[in-house]
Write a protein that binds this ligand. Sequence first.
Ligand SMILES: *Cc1c(COP(=O)(O)O)cnc(C)c1O
Length: 424
Amino acid sequence: MQSMQQRLDEARRYIPGGVNSPVRAFTRVGGTPVFMQSGQGPHLYDADGNRYIDYVCSWGAMITGHADPHLVEQIRIQAGQGLGYGTPTELETRLAARVCALVPAAEQLRMVSSGTEAAMTAIRLARACTRRDTIVKFSGGYHGHSDSLLVKAGSGVATLGIPDSPGVPEALAALTLTLPYNDAEAVRQLYAAQGEQIAAVLVEPVAGNMGCIPPRPGFLECLREQCSRYGSLLVFDEVMSGFRVAPGGAGERYGITPDLVLLGKVLGGGLPIGAVAGSAKLLEQLAPTGPVYQAGTLSGNPMAMTAGLAVLEQLTAPGFHARLEHYAQQLCQELARLAATAGIPFRYHIVGGMFGLFFTDQPVTDYASACTTDTATFSRFFHTTLQHGVYFAPSPFESCFVSSAHNDQTLEQTLTAASKALRP
Ligand SMILES: *Cc1c(COP(=O)(O)O)cnc(C)c1O
């Protein structure tokens, strides 16, 4: 039988680093990534048959757990009817209508195949509608890997410690301004200085790609106010938080309505998807009704639409998100207790079905404070829990996720594993 290292070596011959997305490479925590083979409910099984309680959940997408029977059944039926037609389908209308019913800012939406594409589309739309070029994002915020948005990005970029990527033209990067997350005063100052040049502010309303960091009271309100006052578009990147922190995402949870919302991950139930949503007036600027061009061969494909419908049906059940949050609360409170006993500095944040663990004694409110987390302690925690059958995100700069398949037993087993990791 092959070892994980041999599997990785083999993969590396054909795939850079052996991975098709950098965060999977265990760069930050060291060691060899685990090759997984199957998933069932809250569990993943690796290529050697070992079982793990999964808190990555395909980076948040699997909100109802792996191989969700309802979803699998719907997908099977749809697959038997063809994988795609390259024509409109009623499935697309049904999923779009469903999203518009749930997400406060959504009157219309355009389906794409990734969060990256959704963010690219939003920027083009914002630039076209405002006739301005400058966009604002926040350090540690991740909006996919398109040129304009890699500036001071989170997720894998933060994990690998790459400040900005080569290959992004300087002229383009210069149009992206970056501010510290949760800093309303910095936003006001920037707007006072050059508000009339800003096309859009892109923000993760709950930051999830520098660990999980909730918005401070007043921060999103300030963004809404400044954008409205200066005529910029407020874009909530809810690729991660959408359908996860509430049925209608952070927009619903915090009562702030952006101009555009980016969706992905949960929306596709584990299949590739993205969407940009907003008012009909804005969305109709996209081709074919408007002049702003955007297209996609597999956009709105029946498989992703079917998966999306099968998932969204379930997460509107009463108490769905409260149960995820309650689970995360029990888990994090107990982790905090174990860490305190062991004398290990520890903090956590929970918003709905996502949470973040930080090994620091400082409040974590932005990227700079997230970086105070002790990465060596994190790596030890990660590897010890992994050895004991628990798969947390392999980086201190990623969020962890709970699915509706996690239960009292997985909670107890997770805490047993954690007690081995959080020792004096
Ligand atoms: C995952 C993510 C993206 C990128 O989505 P992809 O489907 O990986 O392109 C964009 N924004 C946020 C907030 C994300 O979490």
